[in-house]
Write a protein that binds this ligand. Sequence first.
Ligand SMILES: Nc1ncnc2c1ncn2[C@@H]1O[C@H](COP(=O)(O)OP(=O)(O)OP(=O)(O)O)[C@@H](O)[C@H]1O
Ligand SMILES: [Mg+2]
Length: 257
Amino acid sequence: MDLRLDGITHHYDGLLALDSIDLAVRDGETVAIIGPSGCGKSTLLGIVGGLLKPTSGRVETIGAPRADSLNPFTYIFQDFALLPWRSVAANVALALEHHKLPRAERHDRVQAALDLTGLSDFATALPKQLSGGMRQRVGIARALVVRPAVLLLDEPLSALDAQTRELLMEDLLAIWARERSTRLYVTHNLDEAARLADRVVVLSRRPGRLREIVTIDVPVAERTGPSAQAVIAGVRDRLWMLIRDEARDAEREVQHA
Ligand SMILES: Nc1ncnc2c1ncn2[C@@H]1O[C@H](COP(=O)(O)OP(=O)(O)OP(=O)(O)O)[C@@H](O)[C@H]1O
Ligand SMILES: [Mg+2]
């Protein structure tokens, strides 16, 4: 499913959070969104997913979701409230609870989502028996089990330590290769943006305005090869140059507050 954002502007009472965002996202593409704290990244995801109605502008979808997609728009957050008394498989199945499905299909979907996220051997484990990274994989599996047309990821790896984050980035690339959603990926982490996305949208400080769109010239499927590393490092440097002054200003503001 393609997405088209047309002049998205959002006010919270008197506060202008987003100003005239235009963006076209192709089916199957991963677009990262970066920008200083409070510039409206989460607001933008909320608008795309239909949780929030923009003050003006609109989100258009082009093409229908696949027939097996139960939820066209699905979120992945940094923190999933897993039910502690439910097994991994039962936590994943939670996302299917409001859908009438034959028992066999329910089972197959949960198995496929566990397989995609490397959790097949942990189906009967309880969340408290798992590391933080494994728990986040359960959250990702729960999002994928509905086969979303559009995945809306809001800092999905931000609560994890650096090594776990590295592992999850590798996993996400492997998942991207096997499932066909369109993805919007909000992050503060330039490395995640440069490694996981096809394009990176850079927003200004609040009110969030579109500053630049950086295209990464190595296909996502080829990101793990050695020749990709130089390109990724170049993109990361370019992104940092684009945001450093605003990041510094934003930091000063927080310290004076
Ligand atoms: N429900 C709300 N009511 C009023 N103001 C809000 C509300 N939600 C967000 N804001 C404000 O709107 C601005 C944009 O918020 P948003 O959460 O979209 O930013 P963000 O880019 O996701 O920030 P962060 O990087 O910290 O996650 C911020 O100034 C925030 O304080
Ligand atoms: Mg946010």
